[in-house]
Design a protein around this ligand. Structure first.
Ligand code: PEP
Ligand code: MG
Length: 562
């Protein structure tokens, strides 16, 4: 028996079963130079591979939108032109040209700072593998051959793999590569398949047929579990199933404490697909639509029409429930391939978010106009990120006013009374919360950044990750101060940072009086369960004590007590 602890969970769940180690066909490319006469035939071979790959992807795209992106990649002129040029000019055979082109484009994605964009490198490599199979005339059938219940072990899995696996047989999977934001992790969550990613060396640790037990929530893999471990896992699996069933039932109930205090439970999303996945979780609205993905997935600043279509669809999908759409929050760790931010010593303290928007009013106004026009189709609210001063806020509001006037002049419909609010994610905005509260329609606390800026602890720096703690008294007091200031001005205060999804934080946030909790949709039921078992009166009493604590340990003790 051997136990492996893993840091990166892609999708939670507890399972036990036989391993199926995925052996892939040898795609080692037959790379060579060709003669001038062979060029046309080589290009024709490449064209046939593209056509065959396109035909596969067209079918797959009908089932899963991710393949729509692959279909675009396989037809991307950058890939196509670069391969044709290598064959024509450098006399590379198609395999060599493909290998080099995919490596070069993959490297561009790899060098991007943003993790989400870095993961797109795996999409282009997936497309490259598909083309290579077509060129070599081989099938990659290891996954489609699965005929019994197994836990899949693979070096990496691509979105196309999850589509060809028979999901009646696949209990879950473990990969050596991949990050938590990769498409394959997202698909695992959507399919409700337990999965662990980034488990180095697992391919050599495990053989097909080995018995495995895995707790994906806590990141534990047991190879050859002994009898005691098997019994323990059988119990865990049962407990997990019971909990899932309970949570499914709880998710149908109102977000209400036993003594009758209700709050709103909202979802955080990054695109329309996320909204569709969030709706079955019985959410009360969208508390954070991160629009930056719309910009990051494009090769140009999205036009007003492109944005309008997305925001309108979001508004319509929510059928009257609130959709809080955050204006562009770019910079820091989120780069755009088509916009140069310049070198920065401290990007998180640099040219980002509302600072970029107020500097590039043309970009900002395009988004504001799209948001305003979409507000005619549902309950859209606008939210500004990263505010530090009322001057910034006044200017942003002035631009909203100007956009409204323009639209009025053009006879375009929009909601005249659209509510505009802001994130509280800088210490400056907490200190001046009263001034801001008098000028906006709502607050939403961004604890991811508020924690990093309050504590001066970089949220992405692994070396000091133990210091990144939203239960620190300074962070908690900043949260309380924000809620008090918002309520004194009569506005709603929500939270869309990760802290809102921490079941351990529910008591103190409820006690402080938080009105709306926004999180990834998968966490909603768990938080609702916590709320429904926490009387508001006792939460308030505990929160009052917590606000006075100087030590994190005291806070932990108060919040762990029943
Ligand atoms: C936050 O900072 O808490 C937040 C929700 O914004 P983001 O994580 O996108 O910076
Ligand atoms: Mg933030």
């Amino acid at each position: 028996m051997k136990t492996i602890n893993v840091k990166r969970t892609a999708s939670k769940g507890v399972i036990m079963g036989k391993a199926y180690v995925v052996e892939r066909p040898d795609l080692q490319a037959d790379v060579r130079r060709i003669s001038g006469e062979a060029v046309e035939e080589e290009l024709a071979r490449f064209e046939r591979a593209i056509e065959a790959a396109k035909a596969d992807l067209e079918l797959l795209a009908e089932e899963n939108a991710i393949f729509g992106a692959h279909l675009e990649l396989v037809q991307d002129p950058m890939l196509y032109d670069s391969i044709v040029e290598k064959v024509r000019e450098e006399k590379a055979n198609a395999e060599l040209a493909l290998d080099e082109a995919i490596a070069a484009i993959g490297a561009i994605f790899d060098s991007m700072e943003d993790e989400y964009m870095r993961e797109r490198g795996s999409d282009i490599r997936d497309v490259g593998k598909r083309l290579m199979c077509k060129l070599k005339g081989v099938e990659d059938s290891a996954l489609s051959a699965i005929r019994e219940k197994v836990i899949v072990i693979a070096k990496d899995l691509a979105p196309s793999d999850t589509a060809v696996m028979n999901l009646d047989f696949v209990q879950g999977f473990i990969t050596e590569e991949g990050g938590v934001t990769s498409h394959v992790s997202i698909m695992a969550r959507n399919l409700n398949l337990p999965a662990l990613v980034g488990v180095e060396g697992i391919m050599s640790e495990v053989k097909s047929g080995d018995l495995l037990a895995m707790d994906a929530k806590h990141g534990v893999i047991v190879i050859h579990p002994d009898e005691a471990a098997q019994a323990e896992y059988a119990e865990k699996i049962e407990a997990f199933r019971r909990r899932e069933k309970e949570l499914a039932e709880i998710s149908l109930l109102p977000a209400e404490t036993p003594d009758g205090k209700t709050v709103e439970l909202f979802a955080n999303v990054g695109n329309i697909e996320d909204i569709k996945n969030a709706l079955p979780h019985h959410i009360d609205g969208i508390g954070l639509f991160r629009t930056e993905f719309l910009y990051m997935e494009n090769d140009h600043f999205p036009t007003e029409e492109e944005q309008f279509a997305v925001y309108k669809e979001a508004a319509e999908l929510l059928e009257g429930r609130e959709v809080i759409i955050r204006t562009l929050d770019i910079g820091g760790d989120k780069a755009l391939s088509y916009f140069d931010f310049g070198e920065e010593e401290n990007p998180f303290l640099g040219y980002r978010a509302i600072r970029v928007c107020l500097d590039r009013e043309d970009v900002f106004k395009t988004q504001l106009r799209a948001l305003l026009r979409a507000s005619a189709f549902g309950n859209i609210r606008i939210m500004y990120p990263m505010m530090i001063s009322v001057e910034e806020l006044d200017r942003a509001n002035e631009l909203v006013k100007i956009c409204k006037e323009e639209l009025r002049g053009e006879g375009q419909a929009f909601n005249e009374n659209i509510v505009v609010g802001m994130m509280i994610e800088t210490p400056a905005s907490v200190v001046c919360a009263e001034d801001f509260a008098a000028r906006v329609g709502f607050f939403s606390i961004g604890t991811n950044d508020l924690t990093q800026y309050t504590l001066a602890v970089d949220r992405g720096n692994k070396k000091i990750s133990h210091m990144y703690n939203s239960f620190h008294p300074a962070v908690l007091r900043n949260i309380k101060r924000t809620i008090d200031a918002g309520h004194a001005a009569g506005i709603k205060v929500g939270m869309c940072g990760e802290f809102a999804s921490d079941p351990k934080a529910v008591k103190v946030l409820l006690g402080f009086g938080l009105d709306e909790f926004s999180m990834s949709a998968g966490a909603v039921a768990e938080v609702k369960a916590e709320l429904r078992s926490t009387p508001y009166a006792s939460a308030k009493a505990v929160a009052d004590q917590v606000a006075k604590c100087a030590y994190v340990e005291e806070i932990d003790r108060l919040l762990s007590a029943d």
